[in-house]
Design a protein around this ligand. Structure first.
Ligand SMILES: Nc1ncnc2c1ncn2[C@@H]1O[C@H](COP(=O)(O)OP(=O)(O)OP(=O)(O)O)[C@@H](O)[C@H]1O
Ligand SMILES: [Mg+2]
Length: 1006
C-alpha cells in the first residue's frame, strides 16, 4: 500500500481530534487548546498529536494526578463555573493571557483558589477551556446540541489564540520549556480521559490509552512529581503583573461601548471618543498596526453626513491610500455599537486569510467573532450567536453562498453591514456577476443592511452609485509617493500628465553591459534590478509563467555572486522546506535562484510552494520575485520598485486597471518611504503605452449578461429557488435594481431587459429547471414560477447551467453501463467541465496511458465515445475522418491524469508523466474534488441517480484526500467523513476557480 501523502496523515489526526472533541464523555477535551489546534485553519500546520513526554524537565508531566484527586477536579470545575458566570471577562481574559499578561482578574482568583497548581501554563489551559464554554454559551439555544461544542468557535480566533499561546509560552522562558505546550495540551486530554498516561508511547493517529494502563501505578508518583515541578516552576516564574489597571480599563471599555451604543442610537453628533468607538480601539490600532492617527481624508470620510445617516457609500482612493481602515472603523461600529453581524467581501482566498488573521486580535480584545468564509472554511447558514456579533470575512463566492443561506433561513436582517473591497470587480467576468447578484439580493431583501464599497480603480461611479443607492467620496491622497516611469532602450522617462506627450525625460541608465550580457538581457532588466536589490525588495511582473522563470534564471546567471551572501542560512532553509513539501523534489529553477534571494511566483507552483515563497519574500529572505499579474491582486507583497517586463498580460495588451494594480504594489505606507514603477517599453509600443498611462480607468459594466449561464440565468434560477421573486413581475422589479438594470440603456435596441428576463425564464423552463407559464392565454406577469427537481439539483449542486444538461445526460448514460472495475469511469464523470477547454492532450502520452489500462478500463474510453483507433491515429499523426467530440477526448485525458494521481499520490511524478505543471495537476485534483461533491449533491436531489450517492461519496473522499481506497476506512475512524462532506469538499471550488482565473499565460495550460 502506498504511503499516503503528508496531507493525508495530517488530516486524519486533525479529524480524530474533532471526533474526540465531540464525545459527550470528554467535555474537557472538547474545549482543549489541543483540540483547538487541530481545527486551526490550514490544519496542515498542526503539530503531530503526541502524548505528554516524560522528560524530567517537563513540569506538567504528572498532570494525570489531577484526575485521581477529586477535590482538585472539583476545584477546577468550580473555577470553570466561576468563569462561565463572568461572561464578559471570559474571552478577554483568554486574549489577555495569551498576549502574555497572565494576570487578569480571573487568573488571580484561580491562583488563590488553587495554589498547588499555580502554574501559568495550566491556568492558560483552564482559561482556554472556559473561553470555549463561553462561546458555546453564546450559541442560540435553537442550535442542535452537537453543533456547538468545539467546531463553532471561529477557527480564526482559535488560530490567533493558539499563536498567542505559543508566543506567551515562549516568553516565559524560565518557568516553561518550549515543550510544555504539548504537555499542557496533553494535560487537558488527560483530564478528560482517565486513562491518559504521561509516559505512554506516542501512537500514530490514536492518542487514547486504554484504561488500566501502567499510568495507574504511577499516579501517586506522578502527583508528587507534578507538585514538585509546579513549585519549581512557581519559584522560577516571574512575578505576575498586577491587573487592577487592567480591570479598570475593562470597566472603562464596557462603559464606553455603552455610551457609544447610545450615541449611535440617538444619531447624536457627539459620536464618542473614537468615531463612536471605545478609545481602546485607538490603542489597539497603535498596538497592532502602529497607526497613531487617522489621515485627514479618513477623518473626513468617517464623519460624512451620509455615514451618520447610515446611507450606503462608495469611496475611491489611489492604491495604498488607507481605504481599509475606514471600512474597519465602520465594521467595528456595526459590531460593537449596533451589535449586528457584518460581511466583508474580499477578492481572494489569500487576502481573506490575511484579513482574518489581522482582525482576530481585535475580535479577541473587543469581544466579537471573526469567521472565515474562504477555501475550505465557512458554515451555511452561519451559527446564530446570542451574545456576540460576527464578522464574516468572505471571498466573493463564499459571500454569495452566505447571503443565499441567510435569505433562505430568513436571517438576512441580522446582517447590519456589508463591505466590499475592490468594488470594480463587479465588471470582472463570472466573479463580477456573482458579486452583483449578492449585492442585488441584499439590496432587495434587506432594507436595513448598509453597503460600503471601495476601490482604487473606479471610473463610471454614477452607475455604481445608482445600483447601490450610495453616496460617493473620493480623494487623491497617497501617503507614499509613487513615481511612475517607463523605459525605452536605456532612457527612463517619468510619466507626467503635464508634459506635452505624457512623459518627461528622467535619466539614462548607466550599467556596463558586455556583449554576452547584452544578448541575454537586451532590455536591461538586470540594470534596473541591481539598482534596488538586495537592500530593497523588487517585483518584476512578467506576461507569462515561462517568462517569470526565464527572467529569474537570467538575472541570477549574470548577477554578482556576492549577492548570495546575505541570509544564506535562511535561503538554505527555504530550499530545504521546498524540497520537503515536494516529497524530495524541488524545481531546478528555484533551487538555482533562491541562493541569490530570487524566485518566481505564478500558478504553476503548488499552493504550498507559493505560500512558502511569499513568506520568504515578506521576511526579506527573498528580495526579488518574478511574477505574473495574479500577484498584484492576490496577495499583499509590497516592493520598493515594481518593474513591468512588458505591457502585456499573456498576449493581451495591459488594461489601465491592471496597470494601476501592479504599480500600486510599490511604496506601501509603513513599509517603504518611497516607491517607483518602471514599465519596459519597446519603441514600437510607445504610442500604445502613452494611451495607456494617460487614459482614464476602464468603466465597470455588469457581467450578468456576458456571463449568461453563470450570470443572468443562474440569478433567475436562484431568485425562484430562494423565493425572492417568483413571478415575472417580481423578477423584473428585482432586475431593475441590478447593475444590469441600471445600465439597461446600453442594451441593444432590439432586446430590452424584460426580453432578456423572458428569454432567460423561457430557457430555464425549456431545460426543465423551472416550471410555469410564460406564454399562452392563461399566462400573465403574475403567474407563479416554481423550481423543478432538476432545477433544484442544479442550484443546490452549484452546477453551471451551461453544463447541467450534459451532466444529466452523462450520468444517465452511466446508469446503463458504468465500468466499476476501477474508479476511472467515475473519475471521468467528475472532471470539471470548465477545465477541459484549457487542456491540450499530448497524443503519445495519451496512447501510452491508454495502453497501460486493463481491458475493462479501456472499455470506458469506448463507452464515453473515444475509440481506440482515434487515439492511435492521433498519436501516429494520421488524418481522422470520424468526428470525435474534443470535449469528451479532453475529459478522458484528464481522467487519466487523475487516475494516475490517485494511484501515485505524487503531484510531481504525475506532472512529469503528463508534461503538465504541478500547479495545474494540483488544481485539477482540487477542482475535481470540488466538482465531485457538486455532482453528488446534484444526484441527491434526483431520485433516479440514487446509485451514484454511495459511489460519489467514496470518490469525493478519495479525491479530497488523494489516497487509495484502502486508507479511507482509517480516515473514517478518525471522523473525516463528517467533516468532509459537510464543509470541506464543497468549499474547494473557489480555490479552484481562483487557480483557473490566474492569467492564461500559456494558452492551453496543460
Ligand atoms: N492613518 C494611517 N496611518 C498610518 N498608516 C496607515 C493609516 N491608514 C492606513 N495605513 C497603512 O497604509 C497601508 C495601506 O493601507 P490600505 O491597505 O488600506 O490601502 P488601500 O487604500 O486599501 O490600498 P489598495 O487599493 O492598494 O488596496 C497599510 O499598511 C495601512 O496599515
Ligand atoms: Mg485595499
Amino acid at each position: 500500500m502506498a504511503e499516503p501523502g503528508p496531507a493525508v496523515r495530517r488530516r486524519s489526526r486533525s479529524a480524530s481530534a474533532r471526533k474526540r472533541s465531540r464525545a459527550p464523555t470528554q467535555p474537557c477535551a472538547a474545549a482543549s487548546p489541543l483540540a483547538r489546534k487541530r481545527l486551526s485553519p490550514g490544519g496542515e500546520e498542526a503539530p503531530a498529536e503526541s502524548p505528554c513526554n516524560n522528560d524530567s524537565e517537563d513540569m506538567f508531566g504528572g498532570h494525570d494526578s489531577f484526575y485521581e484527586d477529586d477535590s482538585l477536579l472539583a476545584q477546577i470545575d468550580d473555577m470553570e463555573q466561576a468563569n462561565l458566570q463572568d461572561k464578559h471577562m471570559d474571552i478577554k481574559a483568554a486574549g489577555e493571557f495569551t498576549l502574555g499578561n497572565p494576570q487578569s482578574g480571573i487568573d488571580r482568583r484561580k491562583q488563590s483558589d488553587f495554589s498547588a497548581s499555580e502554574n501559568a501554563a495550566v491556568h492558560k489551559v483552564e482559561k482556554a477551556d472556559s473561553s470555549q464554554m463561553t462561546e458555546n454559551d453564546l450559541v442560540d439555544s435553537n442550535e442542535e446540541p452537537g453543533d456547538f461544542i468545539l467546531d463553532d468557535l471561529p477557527s480564526s480566533q482559535l488560530l490567533y489564540l493558539d499563536k498567542m499561546d505559543e508566543l506567551s509560552s515562549a516568553s516565559r522562558k524560565s518557568a516553561v520549556t518550549a515543550r510544555s505546550n504539548n504537555c499542557v495540551n496533553s494535560c487537558l486530554g488527560k483530564i478528560s480521559s482517565p486513562s491518559f498516561c504521561h509516559d505512554a508511547e506516542p501512537r500514530e493517529g490514536n492518542t487514547e490509552v486504554p484504561t488500566g494502563s501502567k499510568c495507574d501505578s504511577s499516579k501517586i508518583e506522578s502527583l508528587k512529581d507534578h507538585l514538585k515541578s509546579a513549585m519549581t516552576g512557581n519559584a522560577k516564574a516571574q512575578t505576575p503583573l498586577v491587573s487592577k489597571t487592567k480591570q479598570l480599563k475593562d470597566a472603562v471599555l464596557s462603559e464606553e461601548i455603552c455610551v457609544a451604543r447610545k450615541a449611535i442610537e440617538s444619531s447624536s453628533d457627539d459620536i464618542g471618543p473614537f468615531y463612536g468607538l471605545p478609545s481602546k480601539v485607538k490603542d489597539l490600532l497603535k498596538q497592532f498596526r502602529g497607526i497613531e492617527a487617522l489621515y485627514e481624508w479618513q477623518h473626513d470620510c468617517l464623519t460624512l453626513k451620509s455615514l451618520q445617516q447610515r446611507k450606503n457609500l462608495i469611496y475611491s482612493l489611489p492604491t495604498s491610500g488607507g481605504k481599509t481602515l475606514v471600512a474597519e472603523v465602520l465594521i467595528l461600529q456595526e459590531l460593537l455599537c449596533r451589535q449586528k453581524d457584518v460581511l466583508m467581501i474580499l477578492p481572494y482566498v489569500a487576502i481573506v486569510q490575511e484579513k482574518v488573521w489581522g482582525l482576530s486580535s481585535f475580535g479577541v480584545e473587543l469581544g466579537f467573532l471573526v469567521e472565515e468564509y474562504a477555501g475550505s472554511k465557512g458554515r451555511f447558514p452561519p451559527i446564530k450567536r446570542r451574545m456576540k456579533s460576527s464578522l464574516y470575512i468572505a471571498t466573493i463566492e463564499k459571500g454569495h453562498a452566505l447571503v443565499n443561506s441567510l435569505i433562505e433561513a430568513g436571517r438576512i436582517d441580522h446582517l447590519g453591514l456589508v463591505v466590499v473591497d475592490e468594488l470594480h470587480m463587479l465588471g470582472e467576468g463570472s466573479r463580477g456577476a456573482t458579486l452583483e447578484m449578492t449585492l442585488a439580493k441584499i439590496l432587495y431583501t434587506s432594507k436595513n443592511t448598509q453597503i460600503i464599497g471601495m476601490s482604487a480603480t473606479l471610473n463610471n461611479v454614477g452607475d455604481l452609485q445608482k445600483f447601490l443607492q450610495a453616496d460617493y467620496y473620493t480623494n487623491n491622497f497617497r501617503p507614499v509617493e509613487l513615481k511612475e516611469y517607463i523605459k525605452i532602450r536605456d532612457t527612463i522617462y517619468e510619466v507626467d500628465s503635464k508634459a506635452e506627450n505624457g512623459f518627461s525625460f528622467s535619466r539614462v541608465l548607466s550599467f556596463k553591459y558586455s556583449s554576452d550580457l547584452e544578448k541575454a538581457d537586451p532590455d536591461h532588466v538586470i540594470a534596473l534590478v541591481t539598482e534596488v536589490i538586495p537592500k530593497y525588495s523588487c517585483l518584476i511582473f512578467c506576461p507569462t509563467k515561462q517568462n517569470c522563470e526565464n527572467v529569474a534564471s537570467m538575472v541570477c546567471k549574470y548577477l554578482n555572486k556576492e549577492l548570495s551572501a546575505p541570509k544564506e542560512k535562511e535561503k538554505q532553509e527555504l530550499i530545504k522546506n521546498l524540497r520537503t513539501i515536494g516529497n524530495g523534489s524541488i524545481c531546478p529553477v528555484l533551487k538555482h535562484t533562491i541562493p541569490f534571494g530570487i524566485a518566481y511566483h505564478h500558478s504553476g507552483l503548488t499552493n504550498d510552494e507559493r505560500k512558502i515563497i511569499e513568506e520568504a519574500y515578506s521576511a526579506g529572505v527573498l528580495c526579488l520575485l518574478a511574477c505574473t499579474a495574479t500577484l498584484a491582486a492576490g496577495v499583499n507583497l509590497p516592493a520598493r520598485r515594481v518593474i513591468l517586463r512588458a505591457p502585456y498580460v499573456a498576449r493581451e495588451f495591459l488594461k489601465k486597471n491592471q496597470y494601476k494594480q501592479m504599480i500600486g504594489r510599490a511604496g506601501r505606507a509603513g513599509i517603504d518611504n518611497a516607491g517607483e514603477s518602471i514599465l519596459i517599453v519597446q519603441e514600437k509600443e510607445k504610442q500604445l503605452v502613452r494611451d495607456l498611462v494617460n487614459s482614464p480607468l476602464e468603466n465597470c459594466y455588469s457581467s450578468l449578461l456576458p456571463e449568461l449561464t453563470k450570470g443572468v440565468q443562474s440569478l433567475l434560477l436562484s431568485l425562484v429557488g430562494l423565493k425572492i421573486a417568483v413571478t415575472l413581475e417580481e423578477i423584473y422589479s428585482f432586475m431593475c435594481h441590478t447593475l444590469l438594470g441600471v445600465q439597461q440603456h446600453l442594451l441593444p435596441k432590439e432586446k430590452s431587459l424584460l426580453d432578456i428576463i423572458k428569454e432567460g425564464v423561457e430557457n430555464l423552463i425549456e431545460n426543465g429547471l423551472l416550471k410555469g407559464k410564460m406564454s399562452g392565454k392563461d399566462h400573465n406577469s403574475q403567474s407563479i414560477l416554481t423550481i423543478t427537481q432538476l432545477g433544484k439539483a442544479t442550484y443546490k449542486g452549484s452546477i453551471d447551467l451551461a453544463y447541467c444538461s450534459a451532466l444529466y445526460r452523462e450520468l444517465k448514460k452511466g446508469l446503463e453501463g458504468l465500468v466499476l472495475e476501477s474508479n476511472l469511469h467515475l473519475l471521468y464523470l467528475t472532471i470539471p467541465y470548465d477545465m477541459i477547454y484549457s487542456c491540450n492532450p499530448d497524443w503519445m502520452i495519451y496512447l501510452r496511458q491508454f495502453n497501460q489500462l486493463s481491458a475493462a478500463e479501456q472499455k470506458v474510453a469506448d463507452i464515453v465515445g473515444v475509440p481506440e483507433s482515434f487515439i492511435t491515429k492521433k498519436a501516429s499523426g494520421q488524418a481522422i475522418r470520424k468526428n470525435v467530440d474534443s470535449a469528451i477526448v479532453n475529459r478522458l485525458y484528464l481522467s487519466f491524469v487523475l487516475y494516475t494521481l490517485l494511484r501515485e499520490t505524487n503531484v510531481w511524478s504525475v506532472s512529469e508523466k503528463f508534461n503538465m505543471s504541478r500547479g495545474y495537476v494540483q488544481s485539477l485534483l482540487t477542482s475535481a474534488a470540488s466538482f465531485a461533491s457538486c455532482v453528488l449533491r446534484f444526484c441527491e436531489e434526483l431520485e433516479e441517480f440514487w446509485v451514484y450517492k454511495a459511489l460519489l461519496t467514496e470518490l469525493t473522499k478519495q479525491l479530497t484526500y488523494c489516497v487509495k481506497t484502502e486508507l479511507i476506512p482509517l480516515m473514517e475512524v478518525a471522523g473525516v467523513l463528517e467533516m468532509l462532506l459537510s464543509e470541506k469538499a464543497e468549499a474547494l471550488q473557489e480555490e479552484v476557480d481562483e487557480l483557473l482565473r490566474m492569467p492564461t499565460d500559456i494558452p492551453g495550460a496543460c
